[in-house]
Design a protein around this ligand. Structure first.
Ligand code: GTP
Ligand code: MG
Length: 170
């Protein structure tokens, strides 16, 4: 039979950065210009074949609104992986992403695979966060880094694939 590696994965990041859109792109291949803001959190599963095994992602898509911040530990506790999302057209969202990384380093599972996703990469004309800056930050902090676009699908499958490759083998 198929050997599934279950992997709890959490998405964190400022409201409106595109967490739900990334999940919807990855799980259903869909994108909506008017995606509703998440309330609390939403749960999805998706399998992904990587090398000889198949990762089974159990995905918690959290709400970015600050009033839900206190709920976050429920979702990142015991998580094998996290995707911290910022919006390349919004410097504040990058600042917030760095705060999430600090929180994960302090309170998350020490072996957690953490990915930093610079989403909305299609908004090149409004770019505020240069990829080199984010890449340097990611390198200094041991994070996987990718620019993504839930809208065009750029980098989305690669993001989950790179995470799956880094998961501990069952
Ligand atoms: P919360 O649930 O409130 O935390 O927000 P979120 O991070 O889940 O963001 P969501 O996926 O709801 O997306 C917010 C808005 O950004 C929506 O209008 C999306 O259509 C838009 N959006 C998401 N990803 C992209 C992208 O890659 N490119 C562009 N241009 N717009 C995007
Ligand atoms: Mg959402």
């Amino acid at each position: 039979g198929i050997n599934y590696i279950p992997a709890k994965l959490v998405l964190l990041g400022e409201m409106g950065t595109g967490k739900s859109s990334l999940v919807l792109r990855f799980v259903k291949g869909q994108f909506f210009d008017y995606q509703e803001s998440t309330i609390g959190a939403a749960f999805f599963t998706q399998t992904l074949a990587v090398n000889e095994t198949t990762a089974k992602f159990e995905i918690w898509d959290t709400a970015g609104q600050e009033r839900y911040h206190s709920l976050a530990p429920m979702y990142y506790r015991g998580a094998a992986a996290a995707i911290v999302v910022y919006d390349i057209s919004n410097t504040d969202s990058f600042t917030r992403a760095k705060k999430w990384v600090e929180e994960l380093r302090q309170h998350g599972n020490p072996n957690m695979v953490i990915a930093l996703a610079g989403n909305k990469a299609d908004l090149v004309d409004n770019k505020q966060v240069e990829a080199e800056v984010a890449q340097t930050y990611a390198q200094d902090n041991g994070l996987l880094f990718l620019e993504t676009s839930a809208k065009t699908a750029q980098g989305v499958n690669e993001l989950f694939l790179e995470i799956a490759r880094r998961l501990p083998k069952a």
